[in-house]
Every structure is written in C-alpha cells, then in structure tokens.
Design a protein around this ligand. Structure first.
Ligand SMILES: NC(=O)c1ccc[n+]([C@@H]2O[C@H](COP(=O)([O-])OP(=O)(O)OC[C@H]3O[C@@H](n4cnc5c(N)ncnc54)[C@H](OP(=O)(O)O)[C@@H]3O)[C@@H](O)[C@H]2O)c1
Length: 364
C-alpha cells in the first residue's frame, strides 16, 4: 500500500480553488491523497466532507492552526489570498517543522497574479514589455513594492533557504463560469473578479463602461485551464521533482492570449443589448465618481485601465495544453449571471465584493 500524500488546499470553497479541488478528487491517484481543506464555515465544511475532502474549520488569521495544518502536509496549495504575509509566515513555520521532522522539503504551490507587472495606463495604451516566465533575470527585476510581491518574495526565500520547494502560479484575467460541485452546491463563487465587476457596473449604469479609451490589454486564461496548471505541476513534481524548476525557476505565468478592455466592454455592451437593457453596445468611459462608487476607491476602480503582457512559456514545458481562448465568447453568460443575481436582489446590483477588494489587495 503506498503511503498517503497529505495535501493541504487553501481556497477549496473558491472560484479557482473549488475547480482545483474537483481535479484533485477526480485525479487517477486520488485514493492515495488526503485533501485537507481549511474553511471558515461549518456549512461549507459539510459540503466539502461529502465531496471527499477533509475539511478543517480555520480562518486564515488563525495562525497557530495554519502552522499546525501545514506541519503535516506534503503538498500545500494556496488559492486563498495572494497578499497575506502573516498567513504565509504561518504556513512556512509549519513547513519548517515538517522539514525538520522528515528532512524532506514540502512542496508549496502559491497563487500570485499578473497584477505584479501591471502598468497604470488609465486605458490609454498597451504595455510594451512582455514578461516571460522563463526569463529569470526579468522576473527578478520586478520591484519589491509591486502588487503581491511581498508574499512572493517570502515564498521564494523559503525555497532559497532549502526547507521548502516553492512554485508560484501567476494568472492574469481568469474568466469563465466555474462548474465544479462546490460551485453547483452554492458554497463557492462561480465567477471571477475583473469581468464580473465590469459586468455589474454596466448593469448598474445601464451601459457598458471602460477606463479611458480601453486600449490597455491583459493576458487571460479560462478557469478550467488555470486549474489544470496546478495539476500539471503537481504531476510533474510527483513524477520527477528534480526535473521541475523551483524557487526563481518555479514561476508559472498563466495565459492563453490577451484582450483589450475596449473589446471586453463592447462584448458586455452587446450582452446588455441582447438583454434589452440598452440599445447601444458601445462602451463609454467611466467617470471617476463611478469608479469610486462601484469599486470603493479610484485606485481599485482604475484597475480596468491597467495593462500587462506576459507569456506562459514554462507551463507549456510541463505539458499544459489550454483548451480555451475565446474570452469574449464567454461574456454573455457572465453578464446574464450577474443580471440574474441582481434580479434576485430586487434589481439592485450588489458591489460589496468590489468594495472589499482594496482591503484584499492590501490597498486599504
Ligand atoms: N480570479 C482571478 O482573476 C485571479 C487572478 C489572479 C490571481 N488570483 C488569485 O487567486 C486566488 C484565488 O482567487 P479566486 O478568484 O478563486 O478567489 P475566491 O473565489 O474569492 O476564493 C477565495 C478562497 O479563499 C478563502 N478565504 C478568503 N479569505 C479567507 C479567510 N480569511 N479565512 C479562510 N479562508 C479564506 C475563501 O473562503 P470562504 O469560502 O470562506 O470565503 C475561498 O475559498 C486569490 O489569491 C487571488 O488573488 C485570482
């Protein structure tokens, strides 16, 4: 009997993490996994238990618990928060203990994001610099003050010290409606961050909106393809850990194409026309007051005018084959979902999530 692989998955009740959990529960070796899933609510824990995971009630701020859980893990996936240094320090304390006990460095696969290489273009241009995840010197040159970088450097530091094998997954716009059992059960968000936010703003103002002229571009990947990268990486490490780069050489950008915000706005506008909400699909620039109102701050609202460009070259070397590229073709479903949510809410669009992003990203 092979011994169990102890997997600790933060974010199993999330949009991407819920999709990854499904992949792990359907993995050909799933009978050899114990998948521990920290969650905050007993109700969510019960759903996760029924699906085959081993839930633990723990918030990210319960550092002793997190350390304890991490100290028993062979592989840790973090898909809960890209900006939480204390949570990462607690994970790393646990990993240190595990390493001291076994002599083997546990695997830490942390989710960061391409927000780390954005330019604040106000929608006026597309970035010229194209980042590549196989260009180590370029990745090292990202400033320490960049978004998410504080946690990324801590994660890489643990790898450099040798007590962890660390890997960073860095998606751009993640899109598409998630359809894993946790999403169908209603315990996880079915939708992402950027496009749903723009869809909600468009529904509220009855017209699609863009920041500036919408010329800024971002790389994108479908949520199902994003989840696949974690599994490709996990499988490659399980097969031959020596053949897979880690630390600075374990950076995985996630993209399968790029899109301009204007085109996203236009597709949202067309969905609004199809719903009979407006007659004109053409997006118009948001006023600053609108950005502040919908996203709680101008800084977060202006995110839709930022730009970055990156190539996911490393993931393709470990067999990642993304299946989706048609981001604009998914937007109608995204808008219809947000419209249905608003209808259930008496026609009101709820911006609680968007207004919380400043805190989540460490801006507030
Ligand atoms: N979606 C994107 O476009 C995108 C792009 C780049 C990077 N990322 C990064 O990828 C990660 C996952 O994103 P997502 O869109 O899947 O997020 P999500 O749907 O909001 O899921 C977040 C997960 O983290 C858990 N969590 C959050 N705060 C917690 C706390 N204080 N204690 C315990 N659990 C907590 C949530 O649990 P509850 O169920 O209890 O809320 C949920 O399971 C994030 O770090 C995000 O920054 C996302």
């Amino acid at each position: 009997m092979p011994s169990k692989t102890n997997i600790l998955l933060f974010g199993a009740s999330g949009y991407i993490g819920g999709t990854l959990l499904d992949r792990l529960l359907k993995h050909s070796k799933t009978s050899t996994f114990e998948i521990v899933t920290p969650v905050r609510s007993a109700e969510k824990a019960e759903v996760l238990r029924k699906l085959g995971a081993k839930p633990e009630i723990a918030a990210l701020s319960e550092y002793d618990k997190i350390e304890e859980l991490a100290s028993h893990a062979d592989v840790i996936f973090n898909l809960a928060n890209a900006d939480n240094v204390p949570q990462m320090n607690a994970i790393l304390k646990g990993i240190r203990k595990a390493h001291a006990a076994t002599g083997k460095p546990p695997v830490l696969i942390h989710t960061t994001g391409l927000g780390e290489v954005i330019e604040f273009a106000q929608g006026k241009y597309a970035a010229k610099t194209v980042y590549s995840d196989v260009d180590i010197e370029q990745i090292k040159s990202i400033p320490a003050a960049a978004l998410h970088r504080n946690v990324d450097l801590v994660v890489i530091g643990a790898d450099e010290e040798g007590y962890a094998r660390s890997y960073l997954i860095s998606p751009g716009i993640v899109y598409g409606l998630a359809t894993a059992p946790v999403h169908e059960a209603g315990i996880a968000k079915k939708f992402s961050i950027q496009i749903p936010g723009l869809a909600k703003a468009a529904l509220a103002r009855k017209r699609a909106g863009i920041v500036g002229p919408g010329k800024a571009v971002w790389p994108h990947a479908h949520v199902d393809d994003v989840a696949d990268i974690y599994v490709n990486l996990f499988d490659a490490i399980a097969k031959d850990p020596q053949s897979v780069g880690h630390g600075w050489e374990g950076y995985y950008f996630v993209e399968n194409g790029e899109v301009a915000w204007y085109d996203v706005g236009k597709a949202i506008g067309q969905a609004l026309v199809d719903l009979g909400i407006t007659k004109d699909a053409e997006p118009t620039p948001f006023a600053n007051e609108e950005l502040e109102n919908y996203w709680g701050s101008l800084a977060v609202g202006s995110f839709g005018g930022t730009t970055c460009r990156a190539k996911a070259e490393r993931a393709r070397t470990i067999g990642w084959k993304p299946k989706h590229a048609d981001i604009l073709g998914t937007i109608k479903d995204e808008v219809e979902l947000q419209w249905a949510v608003a209808q259930k809410n008496g026609g009101e669009v709820d911006f609680t999530f968007e207004r919380g992003l400043a805190k989540l990203f460490g801006f507030a």
